[in-house]
Design a protein around this ligand. Sequence first.
Ligand code: NDP
Ligand code: 13P
Length: 336
Amino acid sequence: MTKIAVLGAGSWGTALANTAAENGHDVRLWTHNLNQVEEINQQHTNSKYLPHATLVDTLVATNDMFLAIENVEIVLSVVPTKAVREVAKKLATALEEQAHTVILAHATKGLEQGSYKRISEMIAEEVPEAYRSALVVISGPSHAEDVIKHDLTAVSIGSSDESAAKLLQKALSNETFRAYTNHDLLGSELFAALKNIVAIASGALIGLGYGVNAQAALLTRSLVEMRDLGAAMGAKPETLYELAGIGDLIVTGMSPNSRNYRAGLGLGKGKSLQQVTEEMGMVIEGVNTTKAVYDFSKMYHVDMPITSAVYQVLYENKPLRTAVADLMARPLKSED
Ligand SMILES: NC(=O)C1=CN([C@@H]2O[C@H](COP(=O)(O)OP(=O)(O)OC[C@H]3O[C@@H](n4cnc5c(N)ncnc54)[C@H](OP(=O)(O)O)[C@@H]3O)[C@@H](O)[C@H]2O)C=CC1
Ligand SMILES: O=C(CO)COP(=O)(O)O
């Protein structure tokens, strides 16, 4: 049995914590919301984020960070990008009290506003030095709503520390949830962030009334942008063709369970960004990521027309139909 702390009781943190607890591990789910602690421990539900699910009754919630991480072997942070630093600071204080080393993992898919740092870079800056070398990311095609129902799911666990990745792989895998490891932390984190931009665009196409031809073209041409930015930033090329790359691009770009896709759908149907954000009530990571990646494309001199189009729609009020028309009217070119 492995002792695991999961930080963040949103949809994904709860689904991952529940999976590990179902596998027989000792799991504490940390949340800053005391009402949620009571609901999870007494009703075994998380009605705000996973409304139809019953959680395993061995899953324990707490809002005490010290208690959550006491004697654990793995800490898995699953808060939105905007909360990563704040939670990592709380974790760092609690880690000072720990006598033994802990593997630090996260499952967040974004880039920091302003600094454009990856999630593991933010965590590494906040935690004591001893915890920085074995950072792990969980990525890949995995919606919480499907995982909690035991729909078949495969994820990727990326880290330069193979034994750390393997410990998490073993803790999470079961007959319906299969984890693979890889050695590409940077590529896994970068592609996880990038695919959210594409998902907004994909939902927007459907909202506008286009079909699967349009989606297939979008996803395939987005792969080229991901490949080129990945190469410029140091991602391993093969990661793009693995679960953390194309796998996540497919699920987020096609599934109505995706928050980013649903946001795009709303935009395509004529809603404003403010409206879709308020209606979602959950994090839409792709909105902030679009700004970061738009700036990256300039910084690294990578041509990213789809990202630029999404940027213009979200940040410059360009009408969606004009953005689509402009993409289609670009100078004709060869694919190879
Ligand atoms: N949902 C999914 O299927 C998947 C999500 N992810 C990624 O996981 C990350 C989390 O997403 P998801 O679970 O969907 O998010 P949700 O919007 O469902 O939940 C976010 C959770 O984080 C909590 N939170 C927000 N700010 C803070 C803070 N400052 N301190 C402590 N807790 C905070 C929220 O608490 P409160 O309710 O009080 O606001 C809530 O419990 C994102 O980066 C997402 O891209 C990755 C794969 C799948
Ligand atoms: O990353 C995800 C699925 O793999 C979740 O995507 P959304 O945040 O768009 O729901």
